[in-house]
Structures are given as structure tokens and as C-alpha cells.
Ligand binder design. Sequence first.
Ligand code: 13P
Ligand code: SF4
Length: 303
Amino acid sequence: MDKKTMIQELKQLKKEKNAVILAHYYQTGDVQDVADYTGDSLALSQVAADTDADIIVFAGVHFMAETAKILSPDKKVLLPVLEAGCPMAEMVTPIRLQKYKDEHPDRTIVCYVNSTAKVKALSDICVTSSSAVKILKHYKNDKLLYVPDKNLGAYVKEKLDLDMDLWPGFCCIHNDLTVEQVKESRKAHPNALFIVHPETKLDVINEADFVGSTKGLLNYVIESDHEEFIIGTEKGILHTMQQQCPDKTFHILTPELSCFDMKLTTLEDIYLALKEEQFEITVDEDILVNAKQALDKMLELSK
Ligand code: 13P
Ligand code: SF4
């Protein structure tokens, strides 16, 4: 089947089955273009919580589809490529988190949304990159643990001066960015602003003109008077940036900024997932109930 026919059939299937397609900004351009909603983790969670659709096809990675299922337990949530995971989400396991909790019963557990349902179920509250600062202002007087991203954790900890332990997890693409790369890129593009995602190390973040979630970075380039930007996040975001700002120039900080798992999903995978209603995400009831409390609190405090 050619691409045009597949897109038409997908539209028809969506109508027949009352389905929506959600896509993260790190997906390929083809996938983002067929989505009903593109967004960062927070925006996509909000859509998943509010949608009237019967089926959600989630073009992203496993924790995102799982989050959609937890927030919309009555809906059928499909992940077009079941193997698409987030390596960082696996860096904290329930057994280790439980051990930490037993040893530190006074610490409130703050969980980045890039985590498994079982870890969310052991946590007090979830945050995303766009909501972490806003939410954690409510916890300024608490003793905290942040799992699993040590970089985003360090960024928020410094910004709000928190008493917060940091789990040693990281995003394998953002964590590799270096100050030297920023300096080289600034030399090559002297008129460009450098903007970065907070999953990056603090020394790189301190070099940036702006720090934000994927949606935050997108809004920044749309609203800025500046014409040229060096982008310090996964390269999928360039697709939307270029579409929204055709007259501006974007340079990816390094071509290595490509998430293997985010790039696994193709248009055909989405079409087949919806046609066959395959690769449904399920979450055990007891885990779902506890994880939902942490996610509902996140949605409430990020308003
Ligand atoms: P946001 O889109 O929430 O900024 O998250 C980035 C990310 O790494 C998702 O995996
Ligand atoms: Fe996980 Fe990093 Fe890929 Fe996001 S970009 S899904 S945090 S590995």
C-alpha cells in the first residue's frame, strides 16, 4: 500500500473506531503528521485523561502509553511497537525503590513520568519536564527523593534549593551532551541561541539561553524574535519547529541526538495497530489505582 492510501485508510479507521492518535515530538515527521495531537509528556497525558475516544493509539514509548492507560482505564490503549521503551524508565526498579523507602521513611517520593507503572505506584507524586518546577514548589519544605533522572532532578533541586536525593538514572542521549559541543556549535553559528532540555547535565544547562521541555522549547522558538537556534534535545522536535517557523534556522547540537526507541514506530505500525487493534497496554488493577493517585496529583498541581 502506498503512503497516500495508508493515510486515507487510517483516517477512515479512526472515524469507524472512534480512535485518536497521540504522538510525541520525538517521533518521525511522518508519524507526527498523522497524529491528532502532538505534544510533550504533560500535554499528551492531559489529552489522554480528557479524550472521548474509545481507542488511543500512542506513538511514543512504553511508559507514555502506560500513563495514558492509567489515566484512561476504560479506553483501549495501543502501542504500535511493543518493544519501544525508554531505557531511563528501567533504571529504577520497584524492588530497589521499596528498599530506599524502607530505609528513608521520611522522604516523599517524586517520580518523573519516564518510569514504569510499578514505580509510579510506589511514588507520592509524578512530574514531567514541563511541570517539575511548578509542582515541586509545593514540596519545598519536604525531604524528597527524585527518581529516576539525576539530571532533571539536579536542575530542579538547584533552581528551588530543595532537600532532594537524586536517583542515579539518566537519559542516554541527553546525558552525553557536553559543554565542548556547545562551544563548538556556538563558534560555528555565532548568531544562534542555544536551547536545551533539562534531561541534560547541569554544566551544559548552565550554558543555555533557555531550558525547557520539548513543548517549552517549541513555544520558545515560535515566540522568540531570534532567527537561529542550536537545539539541545532529540532531533524529532526539528520537524515541528521547521513546520511552525519556516523562516527560522535550526541546528541540532549533535546528530547523535536521536532516540532509538522513539524512532522505532513507522506509519505502517500505526496503521496495523489500529486496523488489528493490536499491542494493547494493560496495567494490573492494584498498581493502576496507586499509580493513578500520583498522576492525578501531577495533573492537578500542573494546572
Ligand atoms: P518531554 O516531552 O515531556 O519534554 O519529555 C522528553 C522525553 O524525554 C520524553 O521521553
Ligand atoms: Fe527515554 Fe531519553 Fe528516549 Fe526520552 S529521549 S524516551 S528519556 S531514552
